[in-house]
Design a protein around this ligand. Structure first.
Ligand code: SF4
Ligand code: FES
Length: 252
């Protein structure tokens, strides 16, 4: 085999739906280029399965550029795979070796029921956003960039938190299945901006309440979420979410 081509053994979670038990199924995929992305490697497997009239492996993807948050799977026990700050769609096969065995599983969380194979329902994250992760006042058209002065510290903090793409890796990695990092990123983002002040108090209370209602676990500071987050969202945002929540309870 030439040095940029690999044969891999894949152990992939196959499951018809949330009500049917799933299991790991073994596949061999040949002629994988080291230049392919992880999802392109799965495309190769699926083309082979389709040729053999077998059901392809279902997985989510959209932009394949690390910006939309649609892709997500656990690769060898790590959400989004072994590369720091990288979504699985941006993980390339050069980080694996010819002959490797790779285990691929869906996000596992009570709040993310499996739809099929590697596809899970992340509607619970959408409902947390719908509970308060928005600005409902009419802020008019986009003003000139310098019309609303915002301190550099606030801008940087808001931008860092706004980098969250809603992928759910933080939930999958957390031993408690907590969505605290995701929710904290959204609350932190808006809490730093003038537009976010109008509903600031209700936002934290409502989003945290929705997070609890969806069946996510509590944060107990394991920091596994921060370790796998492809956008390097800091767990400091969780400390800010807690302050925002307390502020929401006492400020009228
Ligand atoms: S905090 Fe990070 S891991 Fe969690 S949803 Fe946002 S981008 Fe994904
Ligand atoms: S497919 Fe958009 S972030 Fe991976």
């Amino acid at each position: 085999m030439s040095s940029d081509r690999m044969t891999l053994r894949l152990r992939i979670w196959r499951q018809m739906d949330a009500d049917t038990p799933g299991k790991l199924v073994d596949y061999t995929v040949k002629d994988v280029s080291t230049h392919m992305s992880f999802l392109e490697m799965l495309d190769v497997l699926n083309e082979d399965l389709i040729r053999k009239a077998e059901r392809p492996v279902e997985f989510d993807s959209d932009c394949r550029e690390g910006i939309c948050g649609t892709c997500g799977m656990v690769v060898n026990g790590m959400a989004h795979g072994p590369l720091d700050g990288t979504t699985v769609c941006q993980l390339h096969m050069r980080h694996f070796q010819d002959g490797d065995t790779i285990t691929i599983e869906p996000w596992r969380s009570r709040a993310f029921p499996v739809i099929r194979d590697l596809v899970v329902d992340r509607g619970s994250l959408d409902r947390i956003i719908a509970a308060g992760g928005y600005v409902s006042v009419d802020t008019g058209g986009a003003p000139d960039a310098n019309a609303v002065p915002i301190s550099k510290i606030s801008v940087d903090s808001a931008m860092d938190a706004a980098a969250c793409i809603g992928c759910g890796a933080c939930v999958a990695a957390c031993p408690n299945g907590s969505a605290a990092l995701f929710t904290a990123a959204k609350i932190t983002h808006l809490s730093h901006l003038p537009q976010g002040q109008v509903e600031r108090r209700e936002r934290a209370l409502r989003m945290v309440a929705q997070m609890d209602d969806e069946g996510f676990g509590n944060c107990s500071n394991h920091a596994e979420c921060e370790a796998v987050c492809p956008k390097n969202i800091s767990i400091r945002t969780i400390a800010r979410m807690r302050r925002e929540y307390l502020r929401g309870l006492v400020v009228r």
